[in-house]
Design a protein around this ligand. Structure first.
Ligand code: DAH
Length: 340
């Protein structure tokens, strides 16, 4: 049996060394170590051995098994290395690599950065974040906001309608309604999000843009609160020397309504007013529309008053960064984005 084992080891090691690929190597493994393999067959003869021979042959069997296993491992590693070498053949590792353009880690989009800053300022004043769907009902977008059927904003030429009558919201003021449907006063929220209009795209207009909406409803909320809140907010953003003008305006859902103009050295335009926001005191008819929908008097206009505001983040981001064309924000041009 000694001789048989010696011969088997030599045969196995020769076969393994000759295996040209992994399939051949696996066949060799099965042939010698498999369940019907020659080593297994030989070790079945152990039971016929004399007591004296058993330990020695047992050890020899083990040695042969270990030697064959080691040879299999070595051959497998060599085959893998050959395969790697073949894969790399023809690759010139001395060629210079492709540089990552604008080497660096990238940055948040300027509108996202502004969104984060504005949200942080309003949160410090106790405003919570609110949300609503981009695809809206006409009721949430217009009727509940005191905007009658013949209002130009509802025109098919100005708005993206779906066949079922719903539409892409033309402003984030819809979230005022969505919030009051669910909550009870006091309500103090901001709602950033996308708004959509069928606008001709040019340097100052996109069909999709970003707005920031605000709403505060409680007992005794006044125009002074509205002015104080917005002036504080815009001073945080545009510097302490900012001057403001609340210019009377018309919005269907607020009464009185204003447009906010700003003058600040930060925007380098101390000689002219820049319009930055719309705002006003929530029209009682808006509160009543919500009450009717809710089926209660949670927002009783005899008891509660509120203010609302809305502004475009794209426009503010343009002013803050000196970006002359709103389309830069959506063109995905790295040369523009890498500046932020
Ligand atoms: N929704 C208005 C717009 O898109 C902006 C606005 C004006 C929102 C006055 C308000 C507001 O909440 O009170 O032009």
């Amino acid at each position: 049996m000694d001789a048989q084992l010696d011969q088997l080891r030599d045969e196995a090691i020769a076969a393994i060394a000759a295996a040209a690929d992994e399939t051949a190597l696996d066949l060799a493994r099965v042939k010698f170590l498999g369940q019907q393999g020659s080593l297994t067959t030989l070790s079945k003869g152990m039971k016929d051995l004399s007591k004296e021979d058993k330990p020695r042959i047992g050890k020899l069997l083990n040695d042969v098994r270990n030697a064959v296993t080691a040879a299999l491992d070595i051959r497998k590693a060599a085959l893998l290395a050959d395969a790697d070498k073949a894969a790399f053949a023809g690759v010139d590792v001395t060629l210079p690599g492709t540089a990552v353009s604008f080497a660096g880690k990238g940055s948040l989009h300027p509108i996202t950065q502004l969104l984060d800053r504005t949200t942080a300022i309003f949160r410090r004043m106790g405003f919570a974040l609110a949300d609503g769907p981009d695809i809206e009902t006409e009721w949430h977008c217009f009727d509940a906001l005191n905007t009658p059927a013949d209002h130009p904003a509802r025109n098919e030429q100005d708005t993206f309608y779906f066949p079922d009558g719903r539409l892409l919201r033309t402003h984030t003021s819809t979230v005022q309604i969505r919030t009051m449907e669910k909550a009870a006063p006091p309500v103090r929220i901001i709602a950033p999000g996308a708004a959509y209009r069928r606008d001709e795209i040019d340097a100052t207009h996109l069909a999709q843009f970003t707005q920031m909406e605000g709403l505060y409803v409680d007992e005794g909320v006044s125009v002074a609160d509205l002015k104080g809140t917005l002036e504080f907010f815009f001073r945080e953003l545009f510097g302490n020397d900012a001057k403001f003008r609340f210019r009377p305006h018309f919005f269907p859902f607020t009464e009185p309504s204003y447009e906010v103009d700003i003058k600040t050295s930060m925007l380098g335009a101390t000689d002219r007013w820049l319009e930055i926001a719309g705002c006003g005191m929530v029209d009682p008819s808006v509160l009543e529309a919500v009450n009717t929908k809710r089926g209660d008097r949670a927002f009783d206009p005899e008891k509660y008053t509120g203010f609302a505001f809305g502004f475009g983040l794209d426009r503010l981001a343009m002013l803050l960064s000196g970006t002359p064309d709103i389309r830069y924000f959506t063109n995905n041009d790295q040369r523009f984005l890498a500046q932020f």
